[in-house]
Design a protein around this ligand. Sequence first.
Ligand code: NAD
Length: 252
Amino acid sequence: MTEIKKVVLVTGAARGIGLATAKRFLAEGWLVAMLDIDGPAQEAAVTALKRPEDTLALSADVSEPEAATRTVAAVEARFGRLDALVNNAGTAVFKPLLETTNEEWQRVLAVNLGGPFMMTNAAAPVMAKTGGGAIVNITSISGLRASTLRVAYGTSKAALAHLTKQQAVELAGLGIRVNAVAPGPVETAMAKAVHSPEIRRDYRDTIPLERYGLEEELADAIYYLCSSRSSYVTGQTLAVDGGFEAAGIGLP
Ligand code: NAD
């Protein structure tokens, strides 16, 4: 009998947490579709994996309305099914409220919140055809607390945590679980772009485990929430943050 391989679609998979997540699923024997807005970086990342039979590179902007239906259809055409979706693609603007432009506000909300909404609505019917699956939305500790610099980013991630609950309740009937992972700081390109020396010092002082997280540590949590090991978990946000949230200290 031919073994049926499970299929995951990871957005924002050209680098950082998304790429680490794609590698984790590959190591577990899944087929992996990797989507990114940066087509050349995505192609390079997929080529470097040297698993052409098991991977699919997709170039799209998750905030574009047709991107979700087009890419989910491409995954179904190539692999024949979809078992998990990781809504990881995200963008960050760290600015005070009064300096955040309308364009920045709209872009951050469109990518971080609109993307997971549209990707999920496109993916769920395909997942349902084979009995359901699991979806993980990547939020942030910036959505758990307010701070001076994260009006757009933090609001988008707090809203995504609520969207996760809505999706979990509404998709349970299709056999689809929906959870969120809220990373603490992880040394990726995004962190390099928005974490000032002051933010880094404050994180070091306030994270009980006294370090940034590793991309692989996030990938482990994401994989757990997509695997059958979490079959009774839905509608939750799992903070993977070195104890930052538990310590109850305000964000730097
Ligand atoms: P990253 O910038 O290294 O990677 C993000 C990837 O998403 C990039 O490859 C980028 O090209 C892609 N992307 C951006 N906008 C896109 C779009 N519109 N459509 C498709 N792809 C798009 O960032 P990362 O740190 O790996 O972040 C991954 C997720 O983790 C994000 O949702 C981010 O908000 C979240 N997060 C990161 C941290 C951190 O400290 N790094 C902390 C909390 C949450």
